[in-house]
Ligand binder design. Sequence first.
Ligand code: SIN
Length: 518
Amino acid sequence: MTKNKLKTDFIVIGSGISGVRAAISASKYGKVLIVTKSKLESGSTKHAQGGVAVALSTKDNTKLHFADTISAGAGVCDPEAVWILVTEGLERIKELIKWGTEFDRQDGKLSFTKEGAHRKRRVIHAHGDATGQELERSLLEKVKSNKKINFKEHFFTVDLIVNDGKCYGIVGIDRNSGEKVLIYSKAVILASGGAGQVFLSTTNPLVSTGDGVAMASRAGAYIADMEFIQFHPTALALDITPRFLISEAVRGEGAILLNHSGKRFMENFPMKELAPRDIVAREIFYEMKRERKDFVYLDLSRISKSRILKRFPTIYKFCKGYNLDITKDPVPVVPSSHYLVGGVKTDYNAQTNIEGLFACGEVANVGIHGANRLASNSLLDGLVFGRRAGEMMNIFKKQKVIEVKNKLNLGKTSNQTFTKDRLKLQATMQKYVGIIRDKSNLKKSLRTVLMLKKKLNKAYLNIELLELQNLLIVGELIIKGALAREESRGSHFREDFPFTNDLQWKRHILFRKGRRIE
Ligand code: SIN
């Protein structure tokens, strides 16, 4: 094979927690190639602060974790998928500990914190607020020592190679050489993360451009529940892109939300500042609007200085770099897009409707998050369904890698930049498709997205353009889903349909190739 044509048994797209966990299992059945468009550590995983929700405390059990997840999901979780998550999650965490992941402990026992909509302290964490970093460290160490797993960094996957409903590999660009490369495999596992960059204000890294959802959509995979975008209530309200997260665990340890007059505005809500994320984010939004301000305050004065330094060293250090001492100063916070609840539809084994194509982690939609993800369930999701995806490679181990023709013409390279167009999309999504929506604004946003799509329908090789085209596909799906769902549920709030309508809408919205099919 030439250097522009490679073969491997299995491809994993993405090097976050779900991708590496999938690769570990897949390597039992053949050679695995993990491709990632930037560096191995550039995804969302390392930014996870709060921790991993898992019912390992003696005061907790899987039934309670199940019930809290279902309740946060606002009526549209798939109970079987949630049960798999909470029960297999126990094994995945014990396994991680065996593999060397260091979770925080007190007197030798795991420490648990609380986050929104959890009735128990069930969130385990590492190095205070550096849980994602620790998980990434230990898992990457494990995959790097596995001879059957190889990596290709700086490889931008443009498309899946799909023929007659079967996936044969991927086509992409080697960013070092600028050349088009075809990689054939027996199966592909999509673990490319979320799409937070479709909004202006996001906690997601710059690489979160929805490439996985977009390429799966182009290939004919079912895409579900795209209207459900989770906004994290407390991102640091400083002019930094992407926004720095102030973990929900800070509220779990006792911090409260104050408006600019110093009034605690969540006090009368059940669970107060620890209500489900959609409720807290919405109330902050209304408070900002009422006071005509761009942020509210998170006040940590009820937590002792020593506790803050022990539990939140990363947040403390980051804020200190901006002259903000969280042990003394109220922290300005603003809700920001954080998690793509919808995604590529899969069954319980991460299988999509395309043969040989699997999806896990944030890019996937197996039904565990319903209309609003329970805090700290996503790392567990990545572990549980990443492993399930990897284990499915067992059925392909005796198959052959088949080369099929791929006609993708990437044209000549262009250095044109698209910053203005990307900003226009992000600003439009932020203004019209954010925490509060209505028909007229959603229609306005759809017009802008369609106009940009038409304008940018160019065929030449430019990764900035390819990312923007992916963001436009994701944006269009979010808007169409939000327009179709004429009710309010979980993270989707329509001011013109403020109530939940179970009779009509306790169901999912499904797209195929950009068209609504359910
Ligand atoms: C956080 O620490 O607040 C983020 C955790 C999550 O998004 O689940």
